[in-house]
Design a binder for this molecule. Structure first.
Ligand code: 13P
Length: 247
């Protein structure tokens, strides 16, 4: 059993048409490890133009979507629209959606269910806040988030779990390889105990939180770290080094 290394770039609400197109043109020309699956999390207005600019070996993700196909939901986008723009993936449950926009577990679960039914792959994010880690609640928080996601997944083939400790996101404080491995291993054990042994062995669990060209190689050596979800560094040329981190 091998889990294909998976690297997502989450551009968040950054860039513009010109800068992002130039970025992907340079990544298209770079030497990329073909054993790594690479997905770009693109701001919704640029999904289509970035899909067109990117080499076909890369995929495109939206950074969020709503839980139904269409309707009177001003400001939302649906999985059907993402697919229509060439997107194959969606990032759901990101900590910024949870903590800046107040998305609750229940809504995230519903979005996961609908996105999968609509045929998108889902990068489902989980992770504890600093006070939760310091209060010794990391596992409780991460397992509760994972449980709601798991309850809404029928087919795990198109699910990647992204463990992103909130205290590591955008702070420059990357989790140590040991900290990441410890939680990834526990999430995998949770999957084994609550979903199935097969899913625990096949599901990719990727790490996010201040991953850089400098920190990625050591993290990539950890047995249960199957890739990365990268914010800030995915907007820089060093993203190529992160994509190629797995030796
Ligand atoms: P940074 O890599 O900027 O810390 O962001 C991580 C993240 O939130 C990816 O989804």
């Amino acid at each position: 059993m091998t889990r294909k290394f998976f690297v997502g770039g989450n551009w968040k609400m950054n860039g513009n048409r010109k800068a992002l197109t130039e970025l992907v043109c340079s990544i298209n020309k770079a030497k990329i490890n073909d054993q790594t699956e690479v997905v770009f999390g693109v701001p919704a207005p640029y999904l289509e133009c970035i899909r067109k600019a990117l080499d076909s070996k890369f995929e495109v993700a939206a950074q969020n979507c709503y839980k139904v196909e269409k309707g009177a939901f001003t400001g939302e986008i649906s999985p059907a629209m993402i697919k229509d723009c060439g997107g194959k993936w969606v990032i759901l449950g990101h900590s910024e959606r949870r903590h800046v926009f107040g998305e609750c577990d229940e809504l995230i679960g519903q979005k996961v269910a609908h996105a999968l039914e609509a045929g998108l792959g889902v990068i489902a994010c989980i992770g504890e806040k600093l006070d939760e880690r310091e209060g010794g609640c990391t596992e409780e928080v991460v397992f509760a988030q994972t449980k709601v996601i798991a309850e809404n997944v029928k087919n795990w083939e198109k699910v990647v779990l992204a463990y992103e400790p909130v205290w590591a996101i955008g702070t420059g404080k990357t989790a140590t390889p040991q900290q990441a491995q410890e939680i990834h291993e526990k999430i995998r054990k949770w999957l084994k105990d609550h979903v199935s042994e097969d899913v625990s062995k096949c599901c990719r669990i990727i790490y996010g939180g201040s991953v850089t060209a400098g920190t990625c190689a050591e993290l990539a050596c950890m047995g249960d770290v199957d890739g990365f979800l990268v914010g800030g560094a995915s907007l820089k040329p060093e993203f190529v080094d992160i994509i190629n981190a797995k030796q």
